[in-house]
Design a protein around this ligand. Structure first.
Ligand SMILES: [Zn+2]
Length: 231
């Protein structure tokens, strides 16, 4: 580890403007310019690549490999600040982009300025075997567990939305009311599934619907067995 730190230290000293890895315990934050060239740069990259026994360095070396070749330097830079610590909340929702910004707003209103996201058509419904393919259920379980445990998340927000194309396609013969009831049921199933696998997780659920040119979120009672009215 001492040797690893030495390489990182050289990177910080020699390339302060284009490669700024900073150690945070075992984690590394990195701001690497993929166009940084030169013998020392290549040497350091090779050294990092050879260090596979340190989690922090593996992360850095992976990042270097990902961003290195055939890209254009700094075409766009975010206004938002990059932070090395993970958010505490995960939002699981449908991919439907009509709701994306509103979901972020909602999660912010719940006290989380940043969020991890899992977006797939159908959203949390994929955690119910009656609404998902078995392979989808398995993949979503593994992915959510990876995020919750790996990022030490404390909160999960589950969302379904009005007019979901996934549910319309999967349950084509059902009425709109039946689909909503199914979606609410699936939110409860998803919450129970996540709670079983992750103790002490705070789980909330909402149903999103258009409302006067905006999006309203109705809180879903996860303990209820009855479908909730949507209005
Ligand atoms: Zn949808």
């Amino acid at each position: 580890m001492a040797k690893d730190r030495g390489v990182v230290e050289v990177l910080r000293r020699k390339f302060p403007s284009r490669a700024g890895p900073v150690m945070h315990g075992k984690d590394v934050s990195y701001a690497v310019n993929p166009h940084a060239k030169g013998r020392l740069w290549r040497h350091l990259c090779d050294r990092l690549t050879a260090m596979s026994d340190s989690p922090g360095i593996v992360a850095l070396h992976t990042a270097l490999n990902v961003v290195a070749p055939a890209t254009v330097a700094s075409e766009f830079r975010s206004r938002g600040v990059y932070r090395v610590d993970h958010p505490k909340a995960l939002a699981m929702y449908c991919s439907d982009g009509r709701f994306t910004d509103a979901v972020e707003e909602l999660v912010h209103s719940l006290g989380h300025d940043r969020l991890d996201t899992m977006t797939l058509p159908g959203g949390p419904g994929l955690l119910n075997v009656w609404s998902a393919q078995t392979s989808d259920l398995d993949a979503v379980r593994r992915a959510s567990s990876f995020l919750i445990k790996g990022h030490a998340l404390t909160d999960v927000v589950l969302l379904a939305h009005a007019g979901c194309g996934y549910y319309r396609a999967r349950f084509a013969s059902r009425t709109a009311e039946e689909l909503v009831a199914r979606q609410l049921h699936d939110l409860r199933v998803a919450a129970a599934d996540l709670a079983r696998a992750n103790a002490n997780l705070q789980i909330r659920a909402f149903f999103a619907r258009p409302d006067g040119g905006h999006v309203a979120f109705d809180a879903v009672d996860l303990t209820s067995r009855e479908p909730l009215p949507v209005g």
